[in-house]
Design a protein around this ligand. Structure first.
Ligand SMILES: N[C@H](CCC[C@H](N)C(=O)O)C(=O)O
Length: 292
């Protein structure tokens, strides 16, 4: 076996990235879970693959798999990383790319300073498009979770997000409320969950429980969803710095009907070669032993 990959991250949200153009990458949910395992595999929040696209004007198909093995519609930090990967590995010689994902088309552009800016498309607010099991828009809408009422804002950036305002993001109960909302019946495809503290009209502190990955150090689509929600609440302007555990993203959104744009870093840590598909974690191995 000779499968090459790159280990990359966007503000500590980390990825195993495969070139599915010049090599055949035969993924299964079991293989993805084993690859993502931080003891038995390489370790990552998501596995990302660039594949050929037949669609005119599109450079690559961009496929995204969560650490739990499920394929999903969008990944913002990953979009920056796969654009940098395509450039670094010679898959393209251009700085502006057009990618298709299950959640729609996006355009990452590599900037002169090495950061990457991505037009993430127009965010969707209607229940049918998030999707939700209820119609209409959910902006600061009441939702009962385990007997407590929360005010949630539902946003899709291609993938589903449930955004809540909290007074202190650092004190937010991610490990309890995160999974409870991820799996809430309102979200038939589950949801990513953002806990947002408004620090200023141009600054949010955000922590994230990701669908299919748990607590991550950063979430690009989550940062976009947080800014969309905070703007709908009337709390922020058009350009916002989002402070995540792993660092800062700049998000721009001019309001309803406009695309949301995200700008931030993309880092290649190392490149490697898989000797074999990693073994699955044995049932006897406790998840979470050690720092991860
Ligand atoms: N967990 C997400 C996918 C990864 C998104 C995140 N890593 C980002 O940077 O947007 C979902 O299930 O929709």
């Amino acid at each position: 076996m000779n499968l090459e990959f790159a280990k990359m991250h966007g503000l500590g949200n980390d990825f195993v990235v495969f070139d599915g153009v010049r090599q055949t990458v035969d993924l299964t949910p079991e293989r993805i879970r084993a690859l993502a395992d931080r003891r038995f595999g390489v370790g990552c929040d998501q596995v990302l693959v660039l594949e050929p696209s037949e669609r005119a004007g599109v450079d690559f198909a961009y496929r995204i798999y969560n650490a739990d093995g499920g394929e999903v519609e969008q990944c913002g930090n990953g979009a920056r990383c796969v654009a940098a990967f395509a450039r670094e590995t010679g898959l393209t010689d251009r700085d502006l790319l057009r990618l298709t994902t299950l959640g729609g088309e996006i355009e990452p552009e590599i900037l002169a300073d090495g950061r990457v800016t991505v037009d993430m498309g127009v965010p969707r607010l209607d229940g049918a498009e998030i999707p939700l099991t209820e119609p209409g828009e959910w902006v600061r809408a009441p939702l009962a979770v385990d007997g407590e009422e929360h005010r949630i804002t539902a946003v899709s950036v291609g993938n589903p997000h449930c955004v809540l305002e909290v007074p202190d993001a650092g004190a937010a109960p991610l490990e309890v409320l995160g999974p409870a909302l991820e799996h809430h019946p309102l979200f038939p495809n589950r949801a990513n969950v953002e806990f947002v503290a408004v620090e200023a009209p141009d600054r949010l502190r955000v922590r994230v429980w990701e669908r299919g990955a748990g607590v991550t150090l950063a979430c690009g689509t989550g940062a976009c969803a947080a800014v969309v929600a905070a703007r709908l609440w009337g709390r922020v302007g058009e350009e916002v710095t989002v402070v995540l555990d792993g660092g800062e993203l700049v998000i721009q959104w001019a309001g309803r009907g406009s695309p949301v744009r995200m700008t931030g870093p993309a880092v290649t840590v190392f490149r490697g070669r898989l000797a074999r598909w990693p073994d699955p974690r044995p049932a006897t191995a406790e998840k979470g032993t050690g720092p991860f």
